[in-house]
Structure formats: C-alpha cells, structure tokens
Design a protein around this ligand. Structure first.
Ligand code: ZN
Ligand code: ZN
Length: 137
C-alpha cells in the first residue's frame, strides 16, 4: 500500500503530488481531478483581487453535502460550494482542513470566471446607484 491519498471521486484513483506553477497539488491518476490544500486556489488561479477561497466558502450551508469524503480527513464529507458564491461552478470543500476538490476542467472554468469578473469595471451595486442618482426626483 502506498502513502498516497485516495481519490474522493473514483474508487481506484490515487492522488499523486505534482508541481503546478510552483504549487504542489494532488492529482488523481484516473479522473484528473485535483485536490488543493488551503491557500492553493488563490495561488494557482489567474491574478485577482480578494480571497477566492473565502468568497466561495463563507456562505456554506449544511444541506449541500457531497457524496464524497475528504481525501485527507477521510471520515469527513465534503460540502458543495459555488465558486465566489454566485457562479455556476460547484466546488467541493472540506470544512475541517479547508481543502478544495476540483473536477477535471474546473480550474479552467474558474480562470474564465475570474477573467470575466476582471472585465467588469464597476460592481452592479455601483451601477444601480449611479442610475438612481440620475433619475429626476
Ligand atoms: Zn479520481
Ligand atoms: Zn479535510
């Protein structure tokens, strides 16, 4: 038996440490999903403002429990969270070790979402305020 962690998604997959942009991540040999330790997502994602992990996990709800266990904590179930809370990208998060599971392709989806956010010059709230201030009352 190896010392590697088991993939939370597939029965036969093992998580093998790999270097990615100077960060060591654990990649499944079968499904190419990746396990990120706390802080890794902020380091790996495209340049951005703010804490992506905090923004994604601050509104965690107890009823969105995944079928999968944390590969590190083992008997703890992962919880489903939406990347930066409002996006359609669903990540799986361990509330104990604060690791995050990404399915294959989700890092690309996250980076596309970050690029989209960076293109918005003003937040919606600001735009609505500007609009209201121009109304003639
Ligand atoms: Zn796997
Ligand atoms: Zn964990």
């Amino acid at each position: 038996m190896g010392t590697n962690m088991k993939c939370p998604k597939c029965a036969l997959g093992e998580l093998i440490p790999q270097k990615y942009d100077g960060v060591t991540i654990d990649v499944c040999t079968k499904c190419n999903g990746i396990w990120l330790h706390k802080g890794d997502l902020n380091k790996m994602a495209h340049p951005h403002e703010g804490d992506l992990e905090y923004c994604s996990t601050e509104h965690i709800t107890e009823d969105r429990i995944s079928d999968c266990n944390c590969p590190q904590c083992k008997d703890i179930k992962l919880k489903k969270v939406n990347f930066v809370s409002y996006s359609d990208i669903v990540l799986e998060y361990c509330s104990k070790c604060e690791g995050i599971w990404l399915d294959r392709g989700e890092l690309d989806a996250i980076n596309a979402e970050i690029d989209k956010i960076q293109e918005i010059p003003e937040s919606w709230d600001h735009r609505i305020m500007t609009f209201l201030s121009k109304l003639p009352f």
